[in-house]
Every structure is written in structure tokens, then in C-alpha cells.
Design a protein around this ligand. Structure first.
Ligand code: PMT
Length: 403
């Protein structure tokens, strides 16, 4: 069981308590074997390798999970950044939430840019018509040929040259196990390793020892069917409706979550290779907290860069918080170059935020029906990645001089 004093433990103690609580994910040995081979190849070729984490982690409420709490992230930041790292010659380990956006296929994945909208049936050839068939080949529509060819070529290049390794996770504990293993496997890379932590990681979880095994019931069961092993079905955690005038056998669910230890500390001080660069993201919704929280994270974990972003404006502005001058630097996509197409998931968040007045004008978050794959604006990642690589270059250079 997780010690209630976990917050007072040293990071190393918190690590052993947390990792002892869970069995490693079933896929871990396979992922480790794939990662080892991938890393060895790029060590031999003296290539830089970036671990990009992307998408949100879940916190299951039940061991046989029907319900879970999720963290917001479509995976756009991670998938877009991965493409740009690949273009700059990095090999990419893409540790992502299963079914979130992936590099390259992200261009054709949402309801606003469904791949089917890019396709058409060509007229049947004379041969097929003469044989009585009206089936022509399926083609990419003329107006998307250039854009799709360019994406396809980059995708093929990355695949054929072993530059991209895709590894999925779902829960926060799977993410933590994978992150720890990958960081340790990356040690031979030294300063050629970069960590780009864009995943939205849960801060709270239900320890395995307090988790219900089976689906939590929303109404009282007869005594002989109640599962005594069901740790969350405690009278103080789930209780009947409070409206006394409307007696009901439906139960309220009160969830009691523990804090997930912040493993950034362990990543920087223990797991990651000596001399590697660690970049984390800080997501906030209150603009007045962003810089303060990002700076506090940088000071607390002593890594190299925190990229701060607000939920409502993350598509067109971020702030780089660094330990050295200029300490705080904003990168912004000019208003006239902001992409107007926003995928379905993001649309809803953007519109909700706009209504609350937490974001830029509604015209920037409105769905306009333009296909995302056409790249009608600048993606902020194309500003982030070159600046980040300059910082990585400096670190690698410094390391080379001191070696
Ligand atoms: O995917 P998109 O829709 O494009 O959205 C991108 C994004 C907004 C999710 C992304 O840009 C972003 O901000 N990701 C980080 C969100 C987040 O988890 O922030 P945080 O404040 O909870 O965590 C900050 C850092 O601490 C993270 O780098 C995380 O790796 C680390 N962390 C978090 C929780 C935890 N228990 N341990 C950790 O080490």
C-alpha cells in the first residue's frame, strides 16, 4: 500500500514505493527489446535520439477497468514535434498514449481531416468497363496530391531508415515504467539524448491496494453479492444520494486519490544519461500562474528547459523558461499565420474556453471546415523545435569541450 508519507520521502524512496505497488506493464519486455535495438543502432551511427512523450495518461478506477480519469492531450504537440525532430536528423522514440495522434498519420485522422475526404474513385478504365466492371482505382484527390506525397515520403523515409519507434502506453503507471526503462536504456547516448516530455501526466492516482477489482456498482447490491475484496466500496467512499426526500438506491461515488510522485527528479538525477538534455512542459489554464509554475518546476528539478503553455492558447504561444539568460522567452505564431483548422477534440476545449473569455477571439478557435492536412497556417512546433535544437547543440558542444 502506498505510504501516506510518500510526499516526505526522498525521490529514490518514493520511486521504490511506487514501482513496487504495480506489476510492470505486460508489453514492457517487448518495448525494451525494441528500444534497445533502436538505441544501439543510433549509438553506432552517432545520431541524436529524442524521447518524445505524448498524449494523456489515464488513472483507472477499477483493476478490470471500465471507468478511468483522463488527462487532456490530443497528442498534437508530441506528434508534430516528432516530425520536426525527424526532419532535423534526430531519431525519435515516440512514447504515446495509445490511439492518440501519431507523426504523419495525424494529418488524416480526425473528423475534420478524415482520410476518406482526401480520396476519390477514379473513373473505370476502358479494360474494366469492357469487362462490365464499374470499379475504378481509389485515388488521392488532385488538390491533395502534393501535400500527401510530401507526408508520405517523409513517413516512408522515417520507417525505412529506422528513425521512428512508436511505443504506446495507456495508464499513468504504464507511462512511468516505460519512461524509467527508456531513460535507462538511453544511457549509452550520453549528450546525444534529449527528453521532450509533452505527455499530460496524471498528478493523482488510486493506489493498487485501494482499487476496486470489478466494475464499481452504482446501486446497492444484495448482501450476498457484495464483493468483500472491493476496496473502494467502502461506506465512507460510496454512499447513497443525499436528497432525503427522494429515497434512492443509487450511490454517489467519492474518489479518494493519492498524489503521483513527481518522477522528473528521478529522471534528471538518476535515470537519464549523464549530459543529456531534459525538457518538460508545464500546462496551466490561469495565465497569472504559468510563468511562476514553470520557473518553480525548473528550479525544483534542475533540468534544462520548461516550456510553458496555456490550454487555450497552446497552439500559437509558448514560453521558454531557462536557467540562463534570457530566462523567459515567448514564442508566438503571428496572428495572420495561425492555423484555423482545429481537430474535433481541441475544438470543444477551444470553444468552451473562448466562451469563458479565457482565450483569444472566437474566430481563432472556430471550426471552419478546412482540412487540417492542407497546412493553412504555421504550427507553433516549427518555432519551438529549431530553438530547442539550438540549446541542445550548445549542450552537446559544451560536453564535447569538457570531455
Ligand atoms: O497534445 P496536445 O493536445 O497538443 O496538448 C499538448 C499539451 C498541452 C498536453 C502539452 O503541450 C503539455 O503542456 N504537456 C504537459 C502537461 C502536463 O502534464 O503538465 P504538468 O504540469 O502536469 O506536468 C509538468 C511535468 O511534470 C511534465 O513534463 C510531466 O512529465 C512531469 N510529471 C507530471 C506528473 C507526474 N506525476 N510526474 C511528472 O514527472
Amino acid at each position: 500500500m502506498t505510504d501516506p508519507l510518500v510526499g516526505e520521502m526522498s525521490p529514490a524512496e518514493a520511486e521504490s514505493v511506487y514501482f513496487n505497488e504495480y506489476p510492470p506493464p505486460k508489453a514492457l519486455p517487448k518495448h525494451e527489446a525494441l528500444a534497445r535495438a533502436f538505441i544501439n543502432l543510433h549509438v553506432e551511427e552517432n545520431r541524436r535520439v529524442v524521447l518524445v512523450t505524448s498524449g494523456g495518461t489515464t488513472v483507472p478506477l477499477e483493476a478490470q477497468t471500465v471507468r478511468f480519469i483522463d488527462n487532456f492531450s490530443a497528442g498534437t504537440r508530441g506528434a508534430t514535434s516528432a516530425e520536426l525532430f525527424l526532419e532535423q536528423g534526430y531519431a525519435v522514440i515516440f512514447l504515446h498514449r495509445q490511439y492518440s495522434l501519431l507523426p504523419y498519420s495525424r494529418h488524416y485522422s480526425h473528423s475534420t481531416n478524415c482520410f476518406l475526404d482526401f480520396m476519390d474513385e477514379a473513373p473505370p478504365s476502358s479494360e474494366s468497363s469492357s469487362s462490365g466492371s464499374d470499379n475504378g482505382p481509389i485515388m488521392v484527390r488532385d488538390e491533395y496530391q502534393d501535400q500527401m506525397r510530401s507526408v508520405l515520403r517523409k513517413y516512408r523515409y522515417a520507417k525505412q531508415n529506422n528513425r521512428l519507434l512508436l511505443l504506446p502506453f495507456t495508464t499513468v503507471s504504464e507511462y512511468m515504467f516505460e519512461l524509467r526503462s527508456l531513460a535507462q536504456l538511453m544511457r549509452p547516448l550520453g549528450a546525444n539524448a534529449l527528453f521532450y516530455l509533452a505527455a499530460a501526466v496524471s498528478d493523482f492516482f488510486i493506489p493498487r491496494s485501494r482499487m476496486a477489482e470489478h466494475k464499481i456498482q452504482s446501486s446497492e447490491l444484495p448482501a450476498h453479492l457484495q464483493n468483500t475484496n472491493d476496496a473502494t466500496v467502502d461506506s465512507d467512499e460510496i454512499y447513497t444520494g443525499e436528497n432525503e426526500e427522494e429515497p434512492s438506491n443509487r450511490k454517489k461515488l467519492v474518489v479518494n486519490l493519492d498524489p503521483v510522485p513527481k518522477f522528473l527528479h528521478r529522471l534528471v538525477d538518476g535515470w537519464a544519461p549523464e549530459g543529456s538534455m531534459v525538457v518538460s512542459f508545464k500546462l496551466e489554464t490561469d495565465p497569472s500562474l504559468l510563468v511562476y509554475k514553470a520557473r518553480t518546476a525548473l528550479q525544483r528539478y534542475s533540468h534544462h528547459l520548461v516550456i510553458g503553455n496555456l490550454l487555450s492558447t497552446r497552439k500559437w504561444e509558448v514560453v521558454f523558461i531557462t536557467p540562463d539568460a534570457p530566462y523567459e522567452r515567448w514564442l508566438r505564431v503571428p496572428k495572420s499565420r495561425r492555423s484555423k483548422s482545429i481537430s474535433g477534440v481541441e475544438d470543444q476545449v477551444g470553444l468552451a474556453e473562448a466562451k469563458k473569455g479565457n482565450t483569444a477571439p472566437a474566430e481563432q478557435v472556430e471550426r471552419d471546415g478546412v482540412l487540417d492536412g492542407s497546412h493553412d497556417g504555421i504550427e507553433i512546433e516549427s518555432l519551438i523545435i529549431p530553438e530547442l535544437i539550438k540549446l541542445h547543440d550548445k549542450m552537446v558542444e559544451k560536453k564535447g569541450q569538457s570531455a
